[in-house]
Design a binder for this molecule. Structure first.
Ligand code: AMP
Ligand code: MG
Length: 343
């Protein structure tokens, strides 16, 4: 029989130190900072304030990094510079960062799967729409036509492995507003776990990604914002999962008595006029974010059937007409709900 070597004193001491760190009682820590135009809240369990603080600082530093890569608001972000590269005409095989390639590849994938209901090349129309929203008037047909000329997800090609992007139209403007936050939340949870804080929740203005459950719990209880006349808070129980809600009642503009969403209908180039909100649960935030946006464009009847066919996805779509609201959800959605007062 082979003899196992005896542990050295140094090793024994290290093991002792590690096990005492593991058994130190976990305490709850919470932080909130303004990032990406919303508030980013981190909740985690750690054995000391120092560990928690280090992890939280690292997570927020990652948000800043990702904002510098993925924002369409910052003129010098990597995304904006990529878009600007198409000003002189189509561009082939531009090298991008790992994170930009990851999010663009996912966005391109969902554009194809949803046949353009989700479209990361809507940038020119999004800009035009933001201007209309500020001025309170619809864009002219001429401007709409001009913006449409530089839109089209087929003109975006992403080689995720080689980190290369091609833009096949002139003056394209990429917009990851419907997906980047989800990825950023995923990255926060990953960074927190890397710093030893796996039991964590990150909330970016209502879109939430969670890691391991809090000590002694089955999961994190996450309240989803109510929507519609009979909307009641819905509490989900999640572990290693994400939830995103789109098309909520807060982000809309009213022009000539009609209410338009900040989510664009690619068919009209204007904000959606149907009053719809979609909540999607997925394994990761990037998927939940993209699918919630896409589901709003599709509307409740189509979206719920479609979401129900996707593996690991559950969703609930509420559509309001006048004083009535109709809620539809995928078959497995109810199993995620810990508490629902109204429905
Ligand atoms: P979300 O709040 O995740 O639904 O994202 C909305 C943001 O996504 C908008 O502010 C736009 O930047 C962008 N966007 C709007 N319409 C679409 C669309 N149909 N597909 C993809 N992104 C969109
Ligand atoms: Mg989204």
């Amino acid at each position: 029989m082979r003899k196992l070597p005896l542990p050295s004193p140094v090793l024994a001491l290290t093991v002792l130190a590690l096990s005492s760190a593991c058994t130190a009682p976990l305490r709850r820590f919470e932080a909130s900072r303004s990032k990406m135009g919303t508030s980013f809240r981190v909740v985690l369990y750690a054995s000391s304030a120092e560990l928690a603080e280090e992890a939280i600082d690292a997570a927020y530093a990652r948000v800043d990094q990702l904002n510098a890569a993925l924002s369409d608001y910052e003129a010098d972000s990597e995304l904006s510079r990529l878009s600007a590269a198409s000003d002189a005409g189509a561009v082939e095989g531009l090298h991008v960062s790992e994170e930009l390639a990851t999010v663009l590849a996912a966005a391109r994938h969902w554009a194809e799967v949803t046949d353009g209901a989700f479209d990361p090349t809507l940038g020119p129309l999004v800009r035009l729409w933001r201007r209309s929203a500020r001025q309170g008037e619809l864009p002219s047909e001429e401007r709409l036509e001009q913006a449409r000329g530089a839109v089209g997800w087929r003109a975006l090609e992403v080689d995720r492995e080689r980190l290369l992007v091609s833009l096949r139209e002139r003056e394209m403007r990429l917009d990851l507003g419907g997906i980047a936050k989800g990825y950023t939340l995923d990255e926060c949870v990953r960074v927190l776990a890397e710093h030893g804080c796996g039991r964590a929740l990150v909330d970016g203005g209502g879109d939430v990604v969670v890691g391991d459950a809090p000590p002694g719990e089955q999961g994190w209880r996450v309240a989803v914002r109510p929507f519609g006349p009979d909307g009641e808070p819905l509490v989900l129980e999640l572990v290693h999962a994400a939830v995103a809600t789109s098309g909520d009642a807060y982000r809309y503009v009213e022009i000539d008595g009609l209410r338009y969403s900040h989510v664009l209908d690619p068919a009209t180039g204007l904000g959606l006029v149907r009053r719809v909100a979609a909540t999607v649960v997925a394994r990761d935030g990037m998927t939940a974010d993209a699918l919630a946006t896409a589901a709003c464009v599709m509307g409740s009847e189509r979206a719920v059937d479609w979401l129900g066919e996707l593996e690991g996805i559950e969703g609930r779509v509420v559509e309001v007409e006048g004083d009535e609201s109709v809620a539809e959800e995928t078959r497995g959605f109810a199993a995620r709900v810990a508490d629902r007062t109204a429905h």
